[in-house]
Ligand binder design. Structure first.
Ligand code: HEC
Ligand code: HEC
Ligand code: HEC
Length: 135
């Protein structure tokens, strides 16, 4: 009896895992990181790929840190997230979302940390992410 309960619990857990794997949203193709509508940019826009070195993060929340695991994943610069083009610091700042040195969610914050751990390919120089426009 007790064994049956354990077996059915294990089966239920496996099923739940399979269902959640099926329901996981797809990652989009490589492309430029979105910028708030009407924003004036000072740098060449930075691209992003979910592949390469980022594939090791199977938990999407490492970057999509406010995602509840169910709803659609939002753009970083959604109105209620990082859409402030003026501030260089703070949770609403567009700039800080990608460069805050102390945040594991920001490109630069994470890259600094993984570089210390020996992952040399993580770019930390401006021009590696904002290439000078050709011509
Ligand atoms: C690991 C990649 C990465 C590095 C390194 C990096 N940035 Fe960015 N930066 C981004 C991303 C992503 C955005 C948001 C998308 C965009 O605007 O390109 C951004 C946006 C910006 C913006 C706001 C948008 C604009 O164009 O005005 C500025 C300013 C900026 N970066 C300057 C810098 C400077 C200066 C450096 C070097 C100190 C730097 N970045 C290093 C990834 C990076
Ligand atoms: C290393 C960081 C990182 C990880 C891990 C990550 N993403 Fe992303 N994702 C991004 C960035 C950066 C963007 C571009 C956001 C933007 O343009 O504002 C993005 C964009 C997206 C978008 C498009 C959002 C939109 O409408 O613009 C989806 C969908 C998405 N990711 C799904 C996923 C899923 C699913 C996972 C986990 C399997 C995942 N991501 C893991 C960084 C990451
Ligand atoms: C949570 C950590 C984390 C975040 C956040 C993150 N990265 Fe990375 N990134 C990595 C790691 C790890 C590597 C691989 C380094 C290596 O293998 O040497 C990498 C590598 C890269 C590379 C080199 C090519 C490749 O894929 O290996 C680029 C370009 C890059 N990241 C851009 C970005 C940009 C742009 C953002 C922000 C929009 C970002 N990353 C956010 C961890 C992160």
């Amino acid at each position: 009896m007790r064994k049956n309960i354990i077996v059915s619990l294990a089966v239920a857990a496996l099923l739940a895992l399979a269902v959640s794997a099926m329901a996981a949203p797809k990652v989009p193709a490589d492309g430029p990181v979105k910028t708030p509508a009407g924003a004036t940019l000072t740098q060449a826009v930075c691209g992003f790929s979910h592949g390469g070195g980022h594939k090791e993060y199977t938990d999407c929340k490492v970057c999509h840190h406010t995602w509840d695991g169910k709803a659609d994943i939002k753009t970083c610069s959604s109105a209620d997230c990082h859409a402030d083009m003026k501030e260089k610091k703070g949770g609403k700042s567009f700039y800080a979302a990608f460069h805050a040195p102390q945040s594991k969610h920001s490109c630069l914050g994470c890259h600094k940390e993984v570089k210390k751990a020996g992952k040399a390919k993580a770019p930390t120089a401006c021009t590696q992410c904002h290439p000078k426009k050709a011509g």
